[in-house]
Design a protein around this ligand. Sequence first.
Ligand SMILES: *Cc1c(COP(=O)(O)O)cnc(C)c1O
Length: 367
Amino acid sequence: MSQNLDRLEALPLRENLRGMSPYGAPQLDVAVALNTNENTHPVPQPVVDAITERVSRAAGQLNRYPDREFTELRTALAAYLDHGLTADNLWAANGSNEILQQILQTFGGPGRSVLSFVPTYSMYPLLASGTGTKFIAGQRAEDFTLTAESAAKQVREHKPDVVILCSPNNPTGTALGLDVVEAVYEAAEESNSMVIVDEAYAEFARFGTPSALTLLEGRPRLIVTRTMSKAFALAGARLGYFAAAPEVTDAIRLVRLPYHLSAVSQATALAALEHSDVLLSTVEDIKMQRDRIVDNLKRLGLEPAESDSNFVFYGGMENAQQMWQNLLDQGVLVRDVGIAGHLRVTAGTEDETTAFLAAVENYLQQK
Ligand SMILES: *Cc1c(COP(=O)(O)O)cnc(C)c1O
């Protein structure tokens, strides 16, 4: 490994990539994996059948490039999002990670900057560095909340080219009020900056939590990103998308690789969208498990944050690292997100959630 590292260092790497490590949670073989916020419910059989049928039809034409504009898919995504959106407002790519990369390739880059508010999704700084964009770590309050006033002030101070708001925020789980998005957009207008709201977990938000989709009208520099990796239980399909003004999708067309969305991906996503009601039927159950985690961790004397997502961020233990290891020894893998004194756990199926809660209780009793 260290020899490999020496060899890697000898390559003519871009300076900003030196010393970096690749992103990725450990893919360990454990009984209960609750570390990457996937939907842990398997894809229901009727949806598997529909995907198989669609992909099989596409397979016969794989000698040809796919529809570069994926018009049918953009139409289906617009119908799913509703809010008066049409295919012209929609864009898709291989996961919302690729979406964010394309946005930074278009609006960031050398000499430009992107501001986000940490702790937040740890891919943002990596995507910034991969696109040569300077990452600015904006601040949150001590309890990880972010007010409209503070966010807007930081945007005015740094004048970044791109702002990324993650709502619900990963890893803390809580959604932002729309007042924060509105205030950030207003501040960003002064520097003609793009504002991204990453709503990867929107479908899990608590009742009455509005989406930033409601703010798109009349805001040409606002982009709302979504993914099929979480609520849709399709992380393996790699399908992310965004809604924005049509000229934003035209801007992204300048950097996207031709035919970036394979015919197989398009067929998979279309079949899934045709069955969105079946796929999303697990969401209510996951929200129930999530609330169960919050309630029980409180009961055990821990300090979980309120969650609008399919995971719970919690503190209040003496030694988070030790708890992480102990849970792993009991066959339950959670996420150490690198924030002192805190861990993050994905809400799993009822059985997985029960296993997690039992392991936590067990650990606390041992001490
Ligand atoms: C999981 C996640 C994504 C999704 O990434 P995909 O590339 O669509 O799988 C995006 N943003 C956040 C904050 C996430 O946690």
